[in-house]
Write a protein of this length. Structure first.
Length: 305
């Protein structure tokens, strides 16, 4: 049995870094306003620490599907890296960036995500990765019965826009990767920040969805089974994704540090147990109990059920 803990949307804050000179006259001012008006009241650092600790104790591998930082501030990158290093001594970690990790074009151009988190992107098929500003993607790790395939959908956007794009370069590489014999004989676990399935109107998808989600789904058409893990929505959900060859499960993890009355939103991680033959044995959520008294196991809601 291979156990994967799925964490997303850590939004690591660094109040010591949030000074007006960092946020005025750029997109960060909108993010900082959101922090003051909303996220700062529901973000619980102690919840995040508990979730990371419990995930490391349970899993063979941790995957983090983006928005590791809140405003792409250098101090946030440093604090987030320290948190991941703390659990990385006992469990392997794979990360992908989210839109908050490339909050400004300048952060993206300076390759700050790759600088801080490149150690978690050491893949087994480096010749098939592309050298993007955020790091080597797609990043493939072959672990027992699974092939973990990390994609980046993070691109800088103007204020009030949070959409993502995988892009032509990664999609072409993904097709090569899925055809590789060491991948084809394993169950693929695809990681991406933005939702691969989105039934909203096109305008809403362009504003804060995955703008090339249909093309990503087309690239996954040859797969008979597998998981597509994502974040961005700050709520747990599970839905089936039909392909030409079978069916995949698309599963979202909620925010890893959120205090919220709804257990589908409250801080936690998703836990997947994979059989030796690559089949999904169990998928459940480990959620911080009300008041922060430990974690409890709950089902992941099935969308439309």
């Amino acid at each position: 049995m291979f156990r994967i803990a799925h964490i997303s949307d850590l939004h690591v804050l660094s109040h010591r870094a949030t000074r007006w000179r960092h946020v005025l006259f750029n997109k960060r001012v909108t993010g900082y306003a959101n922090l003051l008006l909303h996220r700062g009241r529901v973000y619980r650092r102690e919840y995040l620490v508990a979730v990371l600790s419990e995930a490391a104790a349970w899993a063979d591998h941790i995957v983090v599907t983006g928005d590791i930082t809140n405003l792409s501030l250098e101090e946030e990158f440093e604090e987030a890296r320290a948190l991941l290093d703390g659990i990385g001594r006992t469990v392997e970690i794979t990360v992908v960036p989210g839109n908050h990790d490339v909050y400004l074009p300048s952060v993206h151009a300076k390759r700050r995500f790759a600088h801080h988190f490149g150690a978690f992107l050491q893949g087994d098929l480096p010749a098939l990765a592309r050298d993007l500003l955020v790091g080597p993607f797609p990043c493939v790790k072959l672990r027992g019965p699974v092939a973990i395939i990390a994609l980046s959908s993070a691109v800088p956007r103007p204020p009030f826009v949070a959409s993502g794009r995988v892009g032509d370069i990664q999609l072409a590489a993904l097709q090569e990767i899925l055809a590789h014999p060491d991948v084809a004989r394993r169950t693929p676990i695809v990681l991406v920040h933005h939702p691969p399935v989105d039934d909203r109107p096109r305008l809403a998808q362009l504003r804060d969805g995955l703008v090339d989600a249909e093309r990503l789904r087309s690239a996954l058409e040859p797969l008979a089974r597998g998981l597509v893990l994502f974040g961005h929505l700050h709520v747990r959900l599970r839905r089936l994704l039909q392909t030409a060859a079978g069916v995949l499960e698309a599963i979202a993890a909620g925010g890893a540090a959120l205090d919220h009355p709804d257990p589908d939103v409250r801080a936690g991680f998703n836990a997947y147990a994979i059989e030796d033959d690559g089949g999904l044995a169990t998928a459940e959520a480990h959620v911080v109990a009300p008041g922060g008294s430990g974690l409890e196991r709950l089902p992941i809601p099935e969308e439309g059920a």
